[in-house]
Design a protein around this ligand. Structure first.
Ligand code: HEC
Length: 162
């Protein structure tokens, strides 16, 4: 009887201390030391690798091979359209939740109302599958420090997942 009570208390303890165990979708289940906060979603390495290939093929020409964006990206082009911003920490990709980023890739510049400006970014809805678009986002996220990933994940929780 005593042993049953001890086991029960252990299970309750694990559930209370490790919320990550409850929903199973988060990293940090291995119990190993990790710098990744427990509530940050895990980025699967296959997805990150696929995303890196797709990024190099479809996105790097404008956003830069190292995600550095176009030179003088804060200045408009001569035709007043936007330049491609960086996807690294110096840009603002990490300010947006997943649903908004996915829409940017799906629809490109067409999603921007004319009164806010114009963008030559193509929409990829007919070119890439949703899995491939999410893979590109996973690759981009994999280059960010945890603090930025946390901000972006909180934004996703507030604004919705795709
Ligand atoms: C022809 C150039 C071009 C290509 C190719 C391109 N983009 Fe863009 N992208 C832009 C420009 C310009 C903007 C800024 C205006 C806008 O938001 O549409 C932008 C904005 C974005 C944004 C919004 C960033 C933010 O902080 O608001 C995302 C996300 C994005 N691009 C992802 C991608 C991905 C992923 C690819 C490849 C699959 C890609 N882009 C290919 C030009 C391009």
């Amino acid at each position: 009887m005593k042993r049953v009570a001890v086991i029960f208390l252990c299970i309750v303890g694990v559930l209370l201390i490790q919320p990550a165990c409850r929903d199973g979708q988060f990293d940090n289940l291995s119990g190993e030391e990790s710098s990744v906060p427990a509530n940050l979603p895990h980025l699967a390495s296959e997805s990150v690798e696929l995303g890196e290939l797709i990024y190099a093929q479809h996105c790097a020409s404008c956003h830069g091979l190292d995600l550095e964006g176009e030179a003088n990206w804060k200045e408009p082009n001569p035709d007043d359209s936007f330049r491609a911003p960086p996807h690294d920490a110096s840009g603002h990709t990490w300010h947006h939740g997943d649903a908004q980023l996915l829409e940017a890739i799906q629809r490109g510049g067409a999603r921007i109302p004319a009164k806010f400006g114009s963008s030559q970014m193509p929409g990829y809805a007919g070119t890439l599958t949703e899995t491939e678009m999410i893979a590109v986002l996973d690759y981009i996220k994999s280059t960010w420090p945890d603090e930025l990933r946390l901000v972006q994940w909180q934004q996703t929780l507030q604004t919705g997942t795709p």
